[in-house]
Write a protein that binds this ligand. Structure first.
Ligand code: FES
Ligand code: FES
Length: 174
């Protein structure tokens, strides 16, 4: 029975090893942040971090994540708490700056694509703490498996939210 490290916890999975990670996350582990959009690695709704890099979980088989760390939208607060060495109630109640920025900016419309947008923003800000608008556009349209698509057209709000998240992160440096 495969064991997968998801959001810092080792989970035993009964599904066959060729099962898409997205199905395992949603159906076996009840982590419903990642969404099923296209199922073809074309939209980004299903994105998660695999060892800190965005992957499309709809086309990533369970066998590909053995021995690696999966972080879903649900795991972002704990990821941030670990990076900031927060413990106790502080760690329990913190939101990831990307999530806080998305709330502050009221970014989503229907919300369906926003899991992938926040995962991509997290990946970008971990490598580029103060991205330019061009770098943000590049990250969401050209880097990684394929573009992130939003049928509601929230692209401008997403750029502003990434900038706000970068600002929250910068202010959180002790
Ligand atoms: S559902 Fe995976 S990229 Fe669209
Ligand atoms: S907010 Fe509706 S698809 Fe992006």
């Amino acid at each position: 029975m495969p064991t997968v490290l998801v959001n810092g916890v080792n989970r035993e999975i009964k599904a066959p090893s060729d099962t898409p990670l997205l199905y395992v996350l949603r159906n076996d582990l009840e982590l419903t942040g990642p969404q099923f959009g296209c199922g073809l690695a074309q939209c980004g709704a299903c994105s998660v971090l695999l060892n800190g890099k965005e992957v499309r979980s709809c086309i990533t088989p369970l066998s590909a994540v053995a021995g690696k760390e999966v972080t879903t939208l649900e795991g972002l607060p704990a990821r941030w708490a670990k990076q900031k060495k927060l413990t106790g109630p502080e760690a329990a109640h913190v939101l990831h700056p990307v999530q806080q920025a998305w709330i502050d900016e009221q970014t989503p419309q229907c919300g369906f694509c926003q899991n992938g947008m926040m995962i991509k923003a997290t990946e970008l800000l971990e490598s580029t703490p103060s991205p330019t608008i061009e770098q943000i556009k590049e990250a969401f349209t050209k880097s990684g498996p394929s573009p992130h698509l939003c049928r509601c057209g929230t692209y401008t709000a997403i750029i502003e939210s990434v900038q706000r998240a970068a600002d929250i992160m910068a202010r959180s440096i002790l």
